[in-house]
Design a protein around this ligand. Structure first.
Ligand code: FE2
Length: 296
């Protein structure tokens, strides 16, 4: 099953004035097509012919040596551009909402700081490459790649890729890469990026969520703990602070307060609604599961 350049999900001129029709025609019809043609010709007749590009990019080391670089560049070019077209929309721009917005604030403090960081990353790529917003199952951050490499090869989930090859902007912006990046922010489809974030692999914490905790003498499942439960538990433990046999009680009381703050900040009804990485980290701090690292 040979690769094929997908149709754009909008007309060629839909991203004007930010990305010109001329740029889109050249970028999509010529550059992307060239990656597809070269990938198909390299893979034809090999046992990799029917393997999806994403899987190939996670198994590059297994490719025969004479195919590896060609496939890496061209299956990479195909996969990256498929993502890129879907990351933009004439109705794009603005800022993400919901869980993705909170994840951006957790890492970058603000959307403005995130924008600055992605811009700096895009400008830092020497020659041809990409700047990416990625997720590792715990947090989001920014990486850059050269040529047509994709972060999926490093076990990361790419959420948004910014193409900083000159072919992506030169017709309109000439050598002014900063102006192109500024324009790109006006067409980012944050709904698509948020979908990728929602669907990204995360650690399985179901066994942690099923642990039971005693709240005011009643057994409750950790995953069902609400803001009020966390506040109650924090207040009861604070009342015990200083009682010798419970040396760690102050630390654990603070962890319950922190849990209530996190639930409130994320608009989460219960612990189950939090990011799995937070569920696991908080469970350690609350001593619901044994800490994986030293408490010293
Ligand atoms: Fe490109």
């Amino acid at each position: 099953m040979a690769y094929k350049v997908p149709d754009l999900p909008y007309p060629y001129d839909a991203l004007e004035p930010h990305i010109s029709e001329e740029t889109m025609r050249l970028h999509h019809d010529k550059h992307h097509q060239a990656y597809v043609d070269k990938a198909n010709s390299a893979l034809a007749g090999s046992e990799w012919e029917d393997v999806r590009p994403k899987e190939i990019l996670t198994r590059l080391a297994e490719l025969p040596g004479d195919l590896r670089e060609t496939v890496r560049n061209n299956a990479g070019g195909h996969y990256n551009h498929c993502m890129f077209w879907r990351s933009m929309s004439p109705d794009g721009g603005g800022q993400p909402e919901g869980k993705l917005s909170r994840a951006i604030k957790d890492t970058f403090d603000s959307f403005a700081r995130f924008k600055e960081t992605l811009t700096e990353a895009g400008l830092s790529v020497f020659g041809s490459g990409w700047a990416w917003l990625v997720f590792d199952g715990k947090r989001i951050f920014i990486v850059t790649t050269t040529n047509q490499d994709n972060p999926v090869s490093d076990g990361l989930t790419p959420l948004l890729g910014l193409d900083v090859w000159e072919h992506a902007y030169y017709l309109t912006y000439e050598n002014r890469r900063p102006d192109y990046i500024e324009a790109f922010f006006n067409v980012i489809d944050w709904d698509v990026v948020a979908e990728r974030f929602a669907e990204a692999p995360r650690p399985d914490v179901s066994d942690i969520l099923d642990r039971t905790v005693s709240i005011s003498g009643a057994q409750k499942r950790y995953g069902d703990i609400s803001y009020d439960d966390a506040r109650t538990q924090a207040a009861e433990l604070k009342a015990l602070t200083g009682w010798g046999p419970m040396a760690k009680v102050g630390t654990v009381a603070r962890a319950w307060t922190a849990l209530s703050v996190t639930l409130e900040r994320h608009g989460a009804a219960t612990v189950t609604d939090l990011e799995p990485s937070e569920v696991a980290q908080m469970a350690e701090e609350l001593w619901i599961v044994p800490p994986s690292r030293s408490m010293v």
